[in-house]
Design a binder for this molecule. Structure first.
Ligand SMILES: Nc1ncnc2c1ncn2[C@@H]1O[C@H](COP(=O)(O)OP(=O)(O)O)[C@@H](O)[C@H]1O
Ligand SMILES: Nc1ncnc2c1ncn2[C@H]1C[C@H](O)[C@@H](COP(=O)(O)O)O1
Length: 217
């Protein structure tokens, strides 16, 4: 058992908008806990660049691809018995990305319905237990846009600010109604992944959230 009394089979999911710091925190938490990571693969995604170039043409392909990747990851985590920190939840694919493109008309109603049907069928399988806790990363939009710039993925840098603004607003509303598992909100200005005391503090909060003893603000 780790010093934080976080169950060895726990599934901790890190959520939040693009560039907010999910992958960085996922890796830092997993290292500290001796957990495995489940990461989003950007480099080997065959649709992502095409998608940023032409949303309408590629959105359905991309959503199906992400769904397939997540299904494989969920199956892997299930079969290995947990003990994972996961970079982004499946709830965000459907509740943020697919919905945003359907609402703004870059994904047709028919494609969205087909996608939603597939998603519903997948989450009914045993591979989709709710996470023990969802860590939600929040910060100001300018700080997040800076991080996207600094990370330097061309396809994201060349995407209109309104896209990120829309996503940011959707995330802010979405998290207020999210209730599939306990939520721990962390402000990105208030922790440092390189500071052991800061990571200890986060892990204590994770543990409290999982055990249902977190203070409600
Ligand atoms: N706590 C942090 N402080 C400063 N910069 C950070 C921090 N976390 C992440 N970053 C930087 O912000 C950028 C986006 O982080 P990343 O973890 O890739 O975000 P996400 O996975 O949410 O898209 C990267 O350049 C990363 O180095
Ligand atoms: N479901 C998705 N639809 C569209 N785009 C998505 C989806 N999931 C992730 N993405 C994009 C957003 C970023 O450009 C990369 C990686 O996300 P990140 O938040 O940086 O981990 O994929």
């Amino acid at each position: 058992m780790n010093p934080y009394h976080i169950p060895e089979n726990a599934l901790i999911t890190v959520a939040g908008t693009v560039g907010v710091g999910k992958s960085t925190l996922t890796a830092a938490l997993a290292e500290r806990l001796g957990f495995r990571t489940s990461l989003e693969q950007v480099e080997h995604n065959p649709y992502l660049e095409k998608f940023y170039d032409d949303f309408e043409r590629w959105v359905f392909h991309l959503q199906i691809y992400f769904l397939g990747e997540r299904f494989k990851e969920q199956k892997r985590m299930f079969e290995l018995g947990g003990g994972f920190v996961q970079d982004r939840s499946i709830y965000e694919d459907t509740g943020i990305f697919a919905k945003m493109h359907a609402d703004q008309g870059t994904m047709s109603a028919t494609d969205y319905a087909t996608y939603a049907q597939l998603y519903e069928a997948m989450v009914m399988t045993p591979y989709f237990p709710h996470p023990h806790v969802l860590i939600y990363l929040e910060g100001s939009l300018p700080a997040i846009l800076n991080r996207i710039q600094e990370r330097g993925r061309e396809m994201e840098i060349h995407t209109d600010r309104s896209y990120w603004e829309n996503m940011y607003n959707r995330y802010s509303s979405w998290i207020e109604t999210f209730d599939a598992c306990p939520v721990l909100k962390l402000n990105i200005e208030e922790y440092d992944v390189h500071d052991p005391a800061s990571m200890d503090d986060i892990l204590r909060q994770v543990s409290e959230s999982i055990r249902g003893t977190a203070a409600t603000v």
